[in-house]
Design a protein. Structure first.
Length: 332
């Protein structure tokens, strides 16, 4: 949709949105936009301290114009125990979740492992979000998404065109195109290439998002949830700078700063595909991306990811592995 901005999001009064990685970058900007529309945003952050600082900054920047509520909770996607504790806490305190934004991630880091022994990029970017989605799914099935309930609450809504299903929005990357699923060595124990591992984790995000929608479609009853994927294009955030810092080379940081300045769009613009996927009337299984040059910048539009991301066999195998590895699955 050419020219779409966050101003066109509907009112979200009475809605609950969970955003992972909400304290910085794309997650921070998405949180700010959701709150400005009246949503209660549960900020799922690895560091509660940084999450709290981010919430304070959002409130200060909006000068009270953000109508929503910001709640910071610890959620370390590198720990399945932390994910379970977070999900249990949300279930204790909320009757429903209307939008889950699987946004947090790490990029092109030296090989290390999560608390549960997974290669960190696969573990954080995919497996942590897989487990979180499965654990929160009953709350999502109880939610109404963004297109219902405005009439009852008396809140004006910009879009009531049938987009009532709750949403699972999974953030991928254009780097999924260099990803390959090697099920004999998913965790890179035999060899490791940091950008290849990042690409695989982002391809896994898409395989998961589309397989989730297929399972929703195949369910006997109307589940009331849509699974949508997106990517931000080239958004200049701290993610690139952390990647450069991890390399241990000062030159890498300088080059990344230059690339961000020359080619990147700001984080607020980079967050638009996620916001569009979460609040506009898009079909389940859609892929939202920037509509500009090389899909690296510009307003959000519905596009298509690479052929590998629609591979049915890889999606099934990844789901089965993920369910076994995390000990969590869905029964629809």
């Amino acid at each position: 949709m050419t020219g779409w901005t966050a101003d066109e999001m509907p009112r979200l009064d009475g809605k609950t949105v969970v955003v992972t990685g909400a304290n910085s970058g794309l997650g921070f900007e998405a949180t700010r936009a959701f709150a400005a529309k009246g949503a209660t945003v549960v900020m799922a952050c690895r560091s509660v301290e940084r999450g709290t600082d981010a919430a304070v900054e959002i409130r200060a920047d909006t000068r009270g114009d953000a109508d929503g509520t910001l709640e910071v909770r610890e959620c370390d996607l590198a720990s399945l125990e932390s994910v379970a504790t977070f999900a249990e806490g949300v279930a204790d305190d909320y009757d429903a979740v209307d939008v889950l934004c699987n946004n947090a991630g790490v990029m092109a880091i030296p090989r290390c492992e999560t608390d549960d022994g997974f290669e960190t990029q696969l573990g954080v970017n995919h497996l942590g979000h897989f487990a979180l989605t499965c654990r929160l799914f009953p709350l999502l099935a109880a939610g109404n998404g963004v297109g219902r309930g405005a009439e009852e609450s008396g809140s004006p809504a910009a879009d009531l065109s049938g987009s009532g299903d709750a949403r699972v929005v999974t953030q991928s990357s254009g780097a999924h195109e260099r990803g390959e699923m090697d099920f004999t060595d998913l965790n890179w124990e035999e060899s490791y290439e940091k950008w290849g591992a990042y690409g695989r984790s982002k391809l896994a995000n898409l395989l998961f998002a589309y397989e989730l929608q297929r399972r929703i479609d195949a369910a006997a009853d109307d589940v009331g949830v849509r699974s949508v994927a997106c990517h931000p294009g080239y958004a200049a955030t701290n993610l690139q700078l952390r990647t450069a810092k991890e390399s241990g080379t000062p030159l890498a940081t300088a080059v990344m700063r230059l690339a961000n300045a020359a080619f990147g769009q700001d984080a607020a613009t980079g967050a638009l595909p996620l916001l569009y996927a979460a609040t506009a009337d898009v079909d389940g299984g859609a892929y939202v991306e920037p509509g500009g040059v090389l899909n690296m910048r510009g307003s959000p539009t519905v596009g298509r990811s690479n052929d590998a991301s629609y591979d049915l066999d890889d999606a099934r195998r990844l789901w089965e592995y993920s369910a076994e590895a995390t000990g969590v699955d869905l029964s629809l």
